[in-house]
Write a protein that binds this ligand. Structure first.
Ligand code: FES
Length: 274
């Protein structure tokens, strides 16, 4: 079939699409959401890079606050007091490699391959497409069938790693109940780390892979009442996955920045008691 103005092939080759001279017929501000996502994710990446390179100010000793970007601190390069139940199984690192660079692979990979974030950055960074009813920024489209995007399939394995990360951040929130003079105490950092752990769990358990692991491959929910209830709970979180993706992204930055500021002595932790 010859291509005529009235009959063009779609970018995927799946079928004809209408020949419209305008790039899009949308007249609303369709570009605003991808732009905001671009700025938000871009800011997070820049912050993460700066923190990973900084290699300092991640442990506030008096308050027992550990910055999430450096948790767990697993190398012999970690500052005294910052390595907890997992110890320091990794030897001393060269000065240009920080402990954060090792551990951020897991939560970073989890978010990078997340179904929601994929949609977000495919639209805002790759314009593929930037919005519904707006043309793709590329001439060809191969989906996630080829290298490197075929590796997005490993998301389900990152989910298991994310369970470990959530557990470690929960542990960090528990040890943050530490009094500056010993015993139990609570500061603003304790609250921030606790809220961060809750939001990280809400994001992690709302994962599509988690929902499939809990409720998938069952023929009869009636024969698995516990899994059914768990699936119902996870499904509620899943329905808000986008919101929890953003909330936990902000909370982890706030928690990390707060601990950095306390650790560096830029601010004094506000104490509720002890
Ligand atoms: Fe988003 Fe799994 S789909 S974390």
């Amino acid at each position: 079939m010859t291509t005529t103005p009235a009959r063009l092939r779609s970018a995927s080759g799946a079928g004809p699409r209408a020949a419209i001279s305008e790039k899009t017929l949308r007249t609303d501000r369709w570009w605003l959401q991808p732009l905001l996502v671009f700025l938000g994710l871009g800011a997070f990446v820049v912050y993460g890079l700066v923190r990973a390179i900084m290699n300092n100010y991640y442990w506030a000793d008096a308050e027992h606050y550990l910055a999430p970007f450096y948790s767990p601190c697993l190398t012999q390069s970690c500052v005294e007091g910052s390595s907890h139940f997992l110890g320091q199984p990794i030897p001393q690192l060269p000065s240009w490699i920080s402990p954060a660079m090792i551990i951020l692979v897991l939560p970073g990979g989890f978010r990078l391959t997340c179904y929601y974030y994929r949609k977000a950055y495919y639209r805002s960074f790759w314009l593929s497409p930037p919005a519904c009813a707006v043309p793709d920024g590329h001439k060809t489209y191969s989906g996630e069938t080829r290298f490197p995007l075929i590796f997005q399939n490993i998301h389900r394995y990152f989910f298991y790693a994310a369970i470990l990360v959530g557990s470690v951040l929960t542990y960090d929130a528990v040890i943050a109940w530490h009094g500056k003079d010993g015993g139990i105490g609570m500061g603003l950092g304790t609250l921030i780390l606790a809220v961060n752990a809750v939001l990280i769990w809400a994001y992690t358990l709302g994962c599509h892979s988690c929902r499939n692991i809990i409720g998938g491959r069952l023929k009869h929910f009636s024969k698995h009442p516990v899994r059914y209830r768990a699936w119902g709970f996870v499904s509620k979180l899943n329905a808000k996955h986008q919101q929890f993706a953003w909330a936990s992204l902000f909370s982890v930055i706030i928690a990390d920045a707060y601990v950095m500021a306390v650790s560096a002595g830029w601010i004094t932790d506000f104490r509720f008691f002890n």
